[in-house]
Design a protein around this ligand. Structure first.
Ligand code: F6R
Length: 634
């Protein structure tokens, strides 16, 4: 494969013809990051040999974490020295002290600088603590320092869902320079988990400008996960506009988008390959292209005609498999057969055209919930049916979810205990009251932004456990349904910087070995690969890999449900479980039990309704709401 850093003069292939910037797709973030790190190491060494410096522009956020890990490994294991490296970071939040755990200065220390031999005077991260009236001059000085260092050789970038590079939110002009900006709402929502609530996310930041960034000799923009797929598509295939800062990379002679398969999934070559190359038409591709055609033309599948296939680039399918009516019927049936009210299989029925097998019945079903609310939010209606239809359901709550629980909930719980102690005035309450008082003291001491001490985290985890039990009761599930395993990666980590270990995998494996399920439900590779959901899925995948010789696994179907932020397209659905208005209301009743985390979850009902609406538009029956699943063959 060609170099990532050096893209100048490379021509786009036929397959890439919709792409206006060079884009390299790797199977995983780890592989892409390792390749980039190896090239950066070559650059640094080449400069060392010439007695010159290498000037790097650096980014923060979850995206570059695997890249920095690899650089640190190269330093520790392969002797790569950073003595001749000068760095300039893109941005910093305003109003955070440098040692605040969410400042980009701390981030860079944690991820890179503290682990390599870069001279501290070579490190530049914008200072977010300055009084406003000093910021302008400071920014000019930052630009001057970049020039003095000889300009940036390689600028590393991530991309926000608003299309920002650095913190150049929509509206930032092509020539903008280093300056103070107001963060976009979407950007602040994306940072909300790090700051334990959107209200705590700073409103302002200092960022290099688009012009500053484009002045670098080469640029590499990394993006991972489906969360980024839509914005990567706009930046790479859309028009150049200041509404998507990353689109300006199209105009740079040496810029590369480095993405994983999921972030590339909305590029034409990935989602409509028939438009850029000749494809082998299998069932999956036929379904995908016909659903796309029907959706684009806003027509039910059965009404599509030959001309519409031809005029919209699906003529090859028509020639090979047509006429259109035959194709339409085939796809209609495929879609129709995904719909079932029997997610665990229908006892005694012919299951040839059903998503699940009739036998065995009842089934042992394991449902993995990365954070406690995930399973109910994403598949509450289906849990209800599985319980109702007599299957042996176990919901495995993989993490405690404690980081999501608000201080208010912990304080409320402790205050009730304190008051109970007072009201009863009984000696027997002494230890409980002192426990509650200590929690309140710890909450006061750590303040809004502080890290929860272990005791507080444990209490928060227990509050969520209670809520998870209440939610499962709504579906008539007994207490034995709930299994809390508190995977250690979560208990020891924090958002965006979790680190999965063998201990986590072992826990999942043990559960599966004990239950030997016939059916597993889990969130698939989530929209954001650094998320709790993605790590929990990785743990499942690794444990299934270790168990692959076990005979029960050959008889086990794995179903993936969609995580919170992930859209589901009709062509991707292998099992669609419909809900009536009453069933949806019951599900929402269960979702609302998760009071201590509040917020966002109510969009669940809208998502379920949207899936049903999309099916309806394709010509399927009109349901109130649908929960969707994909079959996964490990
Ligand atoms: C951070 C930065 C931002 C991030 C972007 C993506 O220094 O410049 O543009 O790259 O917000 O953030 P993550 O990687 O967390 O998805």
């Amino acid at each position: 494969m060609s170099s990532i850093i050096e893209s100048a003069g490379k021509r786009l292939t036929q397959e890439e013809r919709f792409e206006k910037a060079r884009t390299l797709i790797f199977p995983t973030p780890a592989e892409a990051s390792a390749r980039l790190a190896a090239e950066v190491a070559d650059l640094i060494r080449a400069r060392q040999a010439e007695g010159r410096t290498a000037v790097l522009g650096l980014a923060t956020g979850s995206t570059p974490v695997p890249f920095y890990r690899e650089l640190v490994r190269l330093h520790k294991e392969e002797g790569l020295s950073f003595r001749n490296v000068i760095s300039f970071n893109l941005d910093e939040y305003c109003g955070l002290e440098r040692d605040h755990r969410e400042s980009y200065f701390s981030f860079m220390q944690d991820q890179l600088f503290a682990h390599v031999d870069m001279p501290p005077e070579n490190v530049h991260v914008p200072d977010g603590t300055l009084p406003v009236d000093e910021v302008y001059d400071y920014c000019r000085e930052y630009e001057r320092k970049i020039e003095e260092a000889g300009g940036i050789d390689l600028q590393i970038l991530g991309i926000g869902r608003t299309g920002h590079i650095g913190f150049n939110e929509p509206g930032s002009t092509r020539d903008s320079q280093t300056r103070m900006i107001t963060l976009d709402r979407v950007t602040r929502q994306d940072a909300a988990a790090d700051f334990l609530g959107e209200a705590n996310v700073p409103r302002f930041a200092i960022t290099m400008g688009v012009g500053t960034i484009l002045a670098a000799r080469s640029l590499v923009l990394m993006a991972w996960g489906e969360n980024k797929a839509e914005i990567v598509h706009s930046a790479v295939e859309g028009t150049v506009t200041d509404q998507v800062s990353a689109s300006f990379l199209q105009e740079h002679p040496n810029a590369t988008f480095l993405v994983d398969t999921a972030a590339a999934s909305q590029l034409t070559r990935s989602c409509r390959p028939w438009l850029v190359r000749s494809v082998t038409w299998d069932e999956e591709l036929e379904k995908r292209s016909v659903v796309w055609l029907a959706t684009t033309l806003d027509k039910p599948v059965l009404k599509l005609v030959d001309e519409e296939y031809n005029e919209n680039g699906v003529g090859e399918l028509l020639t090979e498999q047509g006429p259109s009516y035959d194709i339409n019927i085939r796809v209609f049936n495929q879609l129709q057969h995904t719909i079932t009210g029997w997610p665990g299989g229908k006892k005694g029925s012919d299951d040839t055209n059903r998503p699940e097998r009739a036998q065995p019945y009842p089934k042992r079903v394991v449902i993995f919930s990365p954070e406690p609310q995930d399973a109910v939010t994403s598949m509450g209606g289906t849990i209800h049916r599985l319980v109702d239809q007599g299957h042996q359901v176990t919901i495995v709550y993989q993490t405690s979810g404690s980081l999501r629980v608000s201080d208010v909930a912990a304080r409320k719980f402790s205050s009730v205990i304190l008051e109970m102690g007072e009201v009863l005035g009984d000696e027997g309450w002494k230890s409980q009251t002192s426990y509650a008082a200590s929690i309140i003291a710890q909450l006061d001491e750590k303040g809004e932004f502080g890290i929860d001490p272990e005791n507080v985290r444990r209490l928060k985890g227990l509050i969520l456990r209670g809520e998870a039990r209440d939610a499962s009761k709504v579906f008539g599930a007994g207490d034995s349904t709930n299994l809390f395993v508190d995977m250690p990666f979560y208990e020891k980590g924090r958002y965006r910087r979790f680190h999965l270990t063998d201990d986590d995998v072992a826990i999942v494996k043990k559960v599966l070995e004990r239950i030997e399920p016939h059916q597993i439900f889990a969130t698939g590779s989530a929209a954001d690969p650094s998320s709790v959901q993605a790590l929990c899925f990785t743990a499942l995948r690794s444990s299934l890999e270790q168990l692959k010789e076990q005979s029960w696994l050959g008889n086990c179907f794995v179903w993936l449900y969609r995580g919170r932020d992930k859209r589901v397209d009709s062509h991707e659905i292998d099992m669609a479980v419909p809900m009536s208005p009453d069933q949806l209301a019951l599900k929402m009743d269960a979702v609302r039990k998760f009071q201590s985390i509040g917020r966002e979850e109510l969009s669940t009902a809208d998502q379920n309704r949207e899936i049903a609406k999309n099916y309806d538009s394709l010509g399927m029956a009109e349901y109130e709401a649908i929960e969707a699943f994909q079959r996964w063959r490990p």
